[in-house]
Design a protein around this ligand. Structure first.
Ligand code: NDP
Ligand code: GDR
Length: 378
């Protein structure tokens, strides 16, 4: 594929995550030089971006990684000074709502103060007129919803340490825009998923878990609140919008959503159907289970009708839950001409296909005597 080279430089925090990987692909395709901040881990953590990695020894490489962390001010200042970015996309975060109840202080440090550190770095380095800043804000800000559907003017009511940290990040972004004239905006993004979604978020947990069960690699999927309602879009559609927001004349905040919501239970039914499994839900509350009614096709050779494959586990319920989220993306449509191209159901199909491929690969190795087992951590 031919790529037009432009002289723009982007810096992405969270480049090893779901959105970071899609955004890096998108910007490289647009001809940007892309710098990314990755954390040092005891194992490689670049699986989502390995396919776009460029050997740093190659002349004119347009994709460069830097070790760093949002909790480390001097590191951020140095990277921003060295790279002199035209655009910074702050996607790095401790992004798991349930985990934020376990690590609230760390979440605040990275998600809230990490955002401040980048904005301050822009100021300290005198880049207020050069560098545009995108903040990964979230529909979790609406929490206990005050209006349906939620739009840019809907009041916030965060319901987790994650959401409270992101509330600080939202307002400090607005404040630095107003106080120092920095081109800074918030994308208030509703849930978005893909085959690259982290394995412990609910959609991926479902598609991966059911694909593994269908192949005989796991026996049962344990779920939390299956009544939760979400407005799910595809990450590819949403990173395009992140870029569009930084190309406007004036910085503004936008809600990014599909305007349609489904329950977790509905997503389970779609995923099962993609595997040729028809489910029946029985029981109530923590005693609810999903039983196989019938199976068609050849995608679930390990299963039989009558088997229970989903149970409820109290540990996946949150101390305070966000029961319902539904976004109103009209501003993004009217002002930027953005509309999502992939529906939640199409995305579910893509995720099942990808996880079924992985499950079959594991099974094939196992059947040929190789030791292999997908992680069952949830
Ligand atoms: P992921 O969890 O997939 O990725 C998070 C990224 O942040 C990873 O690259 C991770 O690195 C990195 N990170 C975590 N902690 C730190 C740290 N201390 N310093 C530097 N980097 C760190 O999230 P998504 O891609 O799904 O989301 C991107 C952003 O958008 C996040 O800020 C999230 O809160 C926000 N958001 C996401 C939505 C969604 O539905 N996906 C909706 C609304 C907002 P590592 O790989 O090493 O863990
Ligand atoms: P969310 O996403 O909390 O909306 O945050 P998640 O997929 O974790 O949960 C969605 C809903 O599903 C319910 N649920 C479960 N969730 C998980 N993870 N595991 C389960 O077993 C389970 N059972 C039911 C949850 O209670 C919840 O109601 C995501 C993250 O990407 C954030 O970073 C982002 O800001 C928001 O989306 C918008």
């Amino acid at each position: 594929m031919t790529q037009t080279i432009n002289n723009k430089v982007a810096l992405i925090t969270g480049i090893t995550g779901q959105d970071g990987s899609y955004l890096a692909e998108f910007l490289l395709e647009k001809g940007y030089t892309v710098h990314g901040i990755k954390r040092r881990g005891s194992q490689f953590n670049t699986q989502r971006i390995d396919h776009i990695y460029q050997d740093p020894h190659i002349e004119n490489s347009r994709f460069k990684l830097h070790y760093g962390d949002l909790s480390d001010t001097s590191n951020l200042v140095r990277i921003i000074q060295e790279t002199q970015p035209d655009e910074i996309y702050n996607l790095g975060a401790m992004s798991h709502v349930a985990v934020s109840f376990e690590s609230p202080e760390y979440t605040a440090n990275v998600d809230a103060i990490g955002t401040l550190r980048i904005l301050e770095a822009i100021r300290i380095l005198g880049l207020e007129k050069k560098t545009r800043f995108y903040q990964a804000s979230t529909s979790e800000l609406y929490g206990l919803v005050q209006e349906i559907p939620q739009k840019e003017t809907t009041p916030f009511y965060p319901r987790s340490p994650y959401a409270v940290a992101k509330l600080y990040a939202y307002w400090i972004t607005v404040n630095y825009r107003e106080a120092y004239g920095i081109y800074a905006c918030n994308g208030i993004l509703f849930n978005h998923e893909s085959p690259r979604r982290g394995e412990t978020f609910v959609t991926r947990k479902i598609t991966r878990g059911l694909a593994n069960i269908a192949q005989g690699l796991e026996e049962c999927l344990y779920m939390g609140n299956m009544d939760a309602l979400r407005d799910w879009g595809h990450a590819k559609d949403y990173v395009r919008m992140q870029w569009m927001m930084l190309q406007q004349e004036k910085p503004e905040d936008f809600v990014i959503a599909t305007g349609v919501q489904y329950s977790v239970r509905q997503f389970i039914e779609w995923s099962a159907a993609e595997l040729g499994i028809q489910l029946r839900f029985e029981g109530q509350g923590v005693d609810e289970v999903a039983i196989i009614d019938c199976i068609t096709g050849d995608k679930a050779p390990a299963l039989k009708p009558g088997q229970i494959i989903i149970k409820i586990d109290q540990r996946y319920f949150r101390p305070t839950e966000v029961e319902t989220l539904l976004g109103d993306p009209r501003k993004a449509k009217e002002k930027l001409g953005w509309a999502p191209e992939i529906t939640a159901k199409e995305m579910c199909k893509e995720m099942i296909a990808s996880d079924l491929y992985e499950a079959r690969r594991h099974m094939l190795l196992k059947n040929h005597g190789y030791k292999t087992q997908p992680s069952t951590e949830t």
